[in-house]
Design a protein around this ligand. Structure first.
Ligand code: SF4
Ligand code: SF4
Length: 96
């Protein structure tokens, strides 16, 4: 399986978020300017890091330790399944 195939294309990471110590709040009313809400995809995928300074590359390290992805993210689920998720689960608040 390719690394990119782990993403379920939920699009949650392409919205504004606030990271609290015990919760991740994602505002679904504020998508990234490059997020297509119809297709749930990025309109500048191949050049996303150049176009969008806030766009984060998801790596295995991020899946293991990161704070910015929701518990439902395919990469977090993948890391948990492989016993390499080393950050305590936090409440996810999906607002918007
Ligand atoms: S630029 Fe990044 S954050 Fe914005 S829609 Fe594309 S993948 Fe999502
Ligand atoms: S939150 Fe995870 S599964 Fe959802 S679009 Fe972002 S990287 Fe993919």
């Amino acid at each position: 399986m390719k690394w990119e195939d782990i993403c379920t294309r939920c699009g949650l990471c392409c919205h504004e978020k606030v990271i609290h110590p015990d919760a991740l709040v994602i505002d679904t009313s504020q998508p990234c300017a490059f997020y297509d809400e119809e297709t749930h995809s990025c309109t500048v995928y191949s050049e996303r890091f150049a176009k969008c300074p806030r766009c984060e590359k998801v790596t295995p390290l991020m899946a293991a330790f990161g704070r910015s992805l929701p518990e439902s993210c395919g990469y977090i689920v993948w890391a948990k399944r492989h016993h390499i998720r080393f950050r305590k689960a936090v409440e996810n608040v999906i607002a918007g």
